[in-house]
Design a protein around this ligand. Structure first.
Ligand SMILES: Cc1cc2nc3c(=O)[nH]c(=O)nc-3n(C[C@H](O)[C@H](O)[C@H](O)COP(=O)(O)OP(=O)(O)OC[C@H]3O[C@@H](n4cnc5c(N)ncnc54)[C@H](O)[C@@H]3O)c2cc1C
Ligand code: FES
Length: 262
């Protein structure tokens, strides 16, 4: 097992009222979009976070509970532990358009993937969704990247009114060539996009979350229908998710209790 290395926080960016980006003083040039690191706050906990940029290592974190709240309380220069990178990331096609879909704090790996897609010259469309315009992260950064950017908010305060899944379906249907679809965000969003990909015959890769402890296939905590999400995923091809009992239905708590996905 790799032990965590402790490094200082180099920079902190306020993305939205609940999302912050942390740039660490370490480089991970080999990391791929969709892979994650285990972040360690000494005395608090250790949690999985997707890589939003590898060099320097950057993560974008939503404040949802004890760990993320403690992390949001850290200042530039404070020490943070990390280990990784872990998991199977996204893979881009050799050619053809790509459609990247992000909901909420799924934006980090989607931004990293968009950067690679643009570098490779792939026609890249990004659909970014959040509850309100105040909760949309990375908008300016995607614009600078030069992707075709579309926004959706539940309340219509920015971009299209409605779910980002509706926007994504609309964008895929009106594309002249079927895009490869990539998504990271809440599981109910992934379920809709999975169905869309399978019904339309579109290739898709979806990034899942399950409770993780070791992060590299030893503890079994992240088991889902015969897969270990930390090792076989977190990115899965849409076809791999066909007929899985727990996809969109259940996850496990820290103690292994099966809980419904809301
Ligand atoms: C592969 C992967 C990548 C992730 N990337 C990001 C990211 O880039 N940005 C981000 O904001 N969040 C990300 N998460 C989710 C993040 O790990 C949890 O939100 C975080 O652990 C919450 O901890 P908490 O104490 O703040 O909140 P809690 O109140 O403890 O939990 C809030 C939610 O996070 C889930 N969670 C808690 N602990 C874990 C854990 N050890 N493993 C997985 N899920 C957990 C809970 O099931 C619950 O749904 C990722 C999760 C996984 C599995
Ligand atoms: S988190 Fe331990 S096996 Fe996946």
């Amino acid at each position: 097992m790799t032990l965590p290395q402790t490094v200082p926080i180099r920079e902190i960016r306020e993305e939205t009222r609940t999302i912050r980006t942390f740039v660490l003083d370490v480089r991970l040039p080999q990391a791929e979009p969709g892979q994650f690191v285990m972040l360690w706050l000494p005395g608090v906990d250790e949690k999985p976070m997707s890589i939003a940029h590898p060099d320097p290592l950057t993560v974008t974190v939503a404040r949802v509970g004890p760990f993320s709240t403690a992390l949001h309380g850290r200042k530039v220069g404070d020490a943070l532990g990390w280990r990784g990178p872990y998991g199977r990331g996204f893979s881009l096609p050799e050619a053809g358009p790509v459609l990247l879909v992000s909901g909420g704090c799924g934006v980090g790996p989607i931004y990293f993937l968009a950067q690679q897609a643009v570098e490779r010259g792939l026609p890249t469309t990004v659909a970014l969704g959040a509850r309100t315009g105040l909760d949309l992260p990375y908008v300016a950064r995607f614009r600078v990247l030069g992707v075709e950017l579309h926004l959706a908010t539940d309340d219509g305060s920015q971009g299209e009114r409605g779910y980002v899944t509706e926007l994504a379906a609309h964008l895929a249907e009106r594309a002249t060539e079927p895009p490869t679809l990539y998504a990271c965000g809440p599981e109910r969003m992934l379920v809709v996009l999975h169905r869309f990909c399978r019904e339309q015959g579109i290739s898709g890769q979806l990034s899942l979350e399950r409770y993780m402890k070791c992060g590299f296939g030893v503890c079994g905590q992240c088991a889902m229908d015969g897969f270990l999400v930390c090792q076989d995923g977190p990115v899965f091809d849409a076809a791999q998710l066909d007929g899985l009992r727990d996809f969109g239905a259940a996850h496990r708590s820290a103690t292994g209790r099966r809980l419904p996905i809301r």
